[in-house]
Design a protein around this ligand. Sequence first.
Ligand SMILES: [Zn+2]
Length: 416
Amino acid sequence: MLAFKQILAVALTGLACAACGIDTETKTETERPSVNDAPVIHDKALVLDSHIDLELDLIADDMDPWSSGESRANIQKMQAGGMDGAFLIVFSPQGEDTPAGIATASQVAETRFDAISRLTEKHAGEIELALTAADARRIHTSGKRIALIGVENAFPFGHSTADVETWAARGVRYVGITHVGHNQFADSSNPSYSRGEKDALHGGLSPLGEELVTTLNEAGIIVDVSHASKAASLQAMERSKVPVIASHSGVTGVSNNLRNLDDEQLLALKNNGGVIHIVAYGPYLKDKTPEQMAFETKIRKEMGLEDDFAFMAMNAETEDAFDKKMAPAKALSTPANVNDLINHIDYVVATIGIDHVGIASDFDGGGRIEGWMDASETLNVTKALIARGYSEDDIKKIWSGNLLRVLENVQAYANP
Ligand SMILES: [Zn+2]
């Protein structure tokens, strides 16, 4: 399988990236390091995780998000695992599109933003907010951890793009347009069927969503297409004057999930000069086995949920009951592990090249896989990349070179 991918990669090598002027290369053929070199290579690379969440119940009023010790990422775990920095996420769940729903989401966003501020203030000697790629590199050299800020779900912005400037000034450097459920800006890859949503509300981006992409470009904020529908992501890539990212997704070429990007999206991403960050979240990395699918069919029949629409529209209570009944299915397959993550990276590299892939843990937002259960185990990812034949230069691109290149491009466009 890998041999086939490598042949495909060779065939695709040399297709220039229209938007960014870089020639796409696949894995470097020279200097294959050994796994024994992993600690040294890991230490030299700027290891940047593109997506770490902050759990609301771990953010008490005066606490920083990491002081409880329960988070999968904190400064000590990052130091132990050689993780140099991360995009910390201001996430708001999708609510009803009413003034009250938007006000609630806005409050949640403020809570998370305040927690990041407390974190960087309280531990100013150990972690620092980066506003540019140059900041990130300087902070890395200083030995401190790097904090960058991303927004997941633009819903709290309301029916206007006026807040974008404010969030840019507060340090936000990427914005994910949607989450689960359509919003005023775009369709989601996961409609909220329990709210009665159909597959598409806008057919991709709404007119306000188009305005959002332009406004983010002008503000020097990266557009993030993770969670957006396929149509919305393609339209965002088409409209954006600068590269976009998928901050935490997988690829359908390895695991067929609605949240993942297919080959058409990957090729659009390559033309756009963007980067997909493969997410360490099992359900997006690994397909269910036939045994697991048969088990699910049995449970759905038992619960009267055979009809797909009934299944997708079940309420929270039924979903809870379904999840409980489905628990034994986990034992029917081995859990996703670091090798599954690397399978997606290999696929992206073979399809669109080494310049378009990165990594996201999604810690404290559901992310965890065998071998990378928290930030202290981050070296295992570099070891697995080396075992798969990636060079030191490849690894540096994957861990941050590609993402920081996009950030530089986006900021240069906004501040010529
Ligand atoms: Zn997410």
